[in-house]
Unconditional design. Sequence first.
Length: 386
Amino acid sequence: MTRIKVLFVLPTLDGGGAERVFVHLLNHLNRERFEVALVLGLRRGTYLADLRDDIEVIELGALQSAKVVTSLARVVRRRRPDIVFSTVYSNFAALLGRAFFPRGTRVVVRESSSIKTRLEDVASRSRSRALLVETFLRRLYPRADRIVCQSDFARAEIQSILRLPAALLTRIYNPVDFPAIETLTQNQPSPYSGPARQILAVGRLRSYKGYAFLLPALAQLHARQCEAGEVPAHLTILGEGEDEAALRQLALDLKIADAVDFRSFDRNPFRWMKHADLFVSASIDEAFSNVALEAMACGTPGVLTDCPGGNREIVEEGVTGWLAPNQNAAGLADVLYDALAKVPEIDHAAVTRSCRERFDVAAITAQYEALFNNVMASRPRKYYGN
């Protein structure tokens, strides 16, 4: 049997959800049926160490779109893969460069963020520029042979905004590597200390992650716990980013600095997840939360905001977690308080089991393998779209 050659394309392997998904797929695709290689704009990133030894990494030497398009086209023409598979900003390079790929090369892109949020962000600075970007996306994305969406929400949003045919869009949830998590949590002592209930947040310290609502919610939670004679909960945040100084100052202003522990990125966040009482994500929008899935894989239930994105498709209310109002500190505080009261009754094994049944890496990888087979069985789309 001739193997299908899949060329994965990413800017870098810096820590992030999309990068982790691609590493999982690269490591788990069936080598008897698929030949894989990885193209990076720059060969850097914390996840490089997680790649299997048999994965060839090709560096383009640039992150700027113009240089990446021409460099990627040269790589594709030289290696002649069956499928070019890209995500995040590499989607633009793959779709723009398709005109220069060998005839018959398929292009599959994975959309990792909310198109609507992206356009709203541009529109907040320039409405005319947002219109231009939207027009550009509507012309560019039909060049793909298939577009992978992380959730049903994202699939409906992309189809509506970019006016794409439904057949072009495929929903595949993000994978969780249970064997790796089990290895990394085995015999790991708790990193926490003290009698307080432990709440964990994981993610970059940027505005869209909603920390500006989470910290006031923690202050309100503390007030309610103190009124009830309870020990105030403690929050640990694993992440780095441009908002760290402002968030530290906010914690001081709210008089909760002693109850918030800012930690940098940790290559093994799972020991923190496993021993936490509760995971929390206050994101304003969240395409599909990998870290929420990983916390649930560790048996820890989560409180996630009911924001635009895939959170409703992740949380099984009262089983794996709870949804909280979006951009609403008081509402988030209420859900956190109730959740902490219910955590002792949660079946942590059931949390893990539910997550595994839906998001295990083996099952998700099989869906990608079926997608690649289906794409190869179909006539390739012309590079100029419809």
